[in-house]
Write a protein that binds this ligand. Structure first.
Ligand code: S3P
Length: 436
């Protein structure tokens, strides 16, 4: 099992790109595989999560040819051959690895197929709640049995079939649930709607539009009309702002630092991390390029300064849910209070991210209090190095590598292989930063 050692630095000047967006890569594999022709996807994220989804689509008949790959990881450019909405029954169970997005989106697809299928994943994924997608998909006519050790958890045994449209009011603000229902709705006759309690990332809607199957939106209600086939097209995936977030926090918190992240996704349902850092006093400039393939992207430039804590607003939480671990690190480094509440969803991510962030920050000497739905950090206490666990959670591993850049002594994070689920090449970027 691998580990990462980090020492403090006081100089950070860098310019680079982060790998492709994870959410967009999953959707490109799925919608490309449903399309009516061959779709070239460039800057695909060759992470374990996205490769699982690509392999799942191949198991369902939508094969791909690799054009370029990141050695040791997987494809970064590929052509996926769409099946015009006609999938075939998979042989054996479909393994989603560590990916909640993969499992929930694929469940939406499989709920509508005239065959039985099984979705499974690793121990972490088998402990995450799937009732949230089972309920609406059963409402549409599928039958899904959660046969995991924990109630409502994977493996999911799906008996798909002809679905009828529904209007589903989601109890949690989840783009994964929204997308599962919308994907199922593509196969149902008539209009399927999802009502979200708050804005969630809209990559599915944008990609549907790009593939000429626009969804309709009225307030927080999003609808799709079934019975059409996505038109094949080529797309380029922008860099993942959730991966950029680690470096943005490091640079923003380090007086004198200068960082440019090029060609990163700037979808407004994902950029609250920038708003929060700016509210904390960060010096951040964004140069937007013209949208590509329906997604905004551009370059983000940061000059480091001492930051101050802030309160994360309830409506910001779904927009920066994946960035909260590293924002908590920013809060510990900043002066004053950082308040993160209304974020109970963090407890059902790849780890219980409230518990794991609090445990690791305390181990480094930070002063903070844990709540059921978040934490309150009294920032500015000097951090010291520590031996930390990743808890098998990629974002915890990377967030604490960033914390280690500011700690008085060496920090070791154990069990870091999980980083490959979202950020292949993180260790190389870290090494460059550590070397100054
Ligand atoms: C994702 C949505 C978010 C996020 C996850 C990716 C997506 O989950 O945490 O990493 O691609 O739709 P929820 O929508 O369940 O909050």
């Amino acid at each position: 099992m691998s580990s990462i050692s980090v020492h403090s630095i006081n100089h950070l000047v860098a310019e680079f790109e982060v790998p492709g967006d994870k959410s967009i890569s999953h959707r490109a594999a799925i919608l490309g595989g449903l399309s009516d022709g061959s779709c070239r996807i460039d800057n695909f994220l060759p992470s374990e999560d996205c490769i699982c989804t690509l392999n799942a689509m191949a198991q369902l008949g939508a094969k791909h040819d690799v054009i370029e790959e990141k050695p040791g990881y997987g494809p970064t450019s590929l052509v996926i051959h769409g099946r015009s909405m006609q999938l075939s029954a998979p042989e054996g169970s479909v393994d989603c690895g560590n990916s909640g997005t993969g499992m929930r989106l694929l469940a939406g697809l499989l709920a509508a197929q005239p065959f039985q299928s099984i979705l499974t994943g690793d121990a972490s994924l088998q402990s995450r709640p799937m009732g949230r997608i089972i309920k609406p998909l059963e409402q549409m006519g599928a039958s899904i049995e959660a046969r995991g050790d924990d109630p409502g958890c994977a493996p999911l045994h799906i008996t798909g079939g002809e679905l009828h449209p529904t209007c589903y009011e989601m109890p949690v603000a989840s783009a994964q649930v929204k997308s599962a229902v919308l994907l199922a709705g593509l196969f149902a006759e008539g209009s399927t709607s999802v009502i979200q309690p708050a804005e969630t990332r809209d990559h599915t809607e944008r990609m549907l539009e790009y593939f000429k199957m626009p969804s309709q939106r009225e307030g927080q209600t999003i609808s799709v009309t079934g019975g059409k086939t996505p038109e094949a097209g080529s797309l380029r995936v922008p860099g993942d702002i959730s991966s950029a977030a680690f470096w943005l926090v490091a640079a923003a918190s380090m007086p004198g630092a200068h960082l440019v992240i090029k060609n990163v996704g700037l979808n407004p349902t994902r950029t609250a991390i920038l708003d929060v850092l700016i509210r904390m006093g960060a010096d951040i400039k964004v140069v937007a390029h013209p949208d590509e393939c329906g997604e905004p992207y551009g370059d983000v430039e940061v000059h480091g300064k001492a930051l101050e804590g802030t309160e994360i607003k309830p409506e910001e939480v779904p927009n920066l849910i994946d960035e909260i671990p590293v924002l908590a690190v920013a809060g510990a480094l900043a002066k004053g209070k950082m308040v993160i509440r209304n974020a109970k969803e963090l407890r059902v991510k790849e780890s219980d991210r409230i518990a794991t962030v609090v445990k690791n920050l305390k181990a480094m000497g930070a002063d903070l209090e844990e709540y059921e739905d978040g934490m309150e950090i009294s920032g500015g206490k000097p951090l010291h190095g520590a031996e930390l666990e990743s808890f098998g959670d990629h974002r915890i591993a990377m967030a604490f590598a960033i914390a280690g850049l500011f700690a008085a002594s060496e920090t070791v994070i154990h069990n870091t292989a999980c980083i490959d689920t979202s950020y292949p090449g993180f260790a190389d970027h870290l090494e460059t930063i550590l070397a100054g």
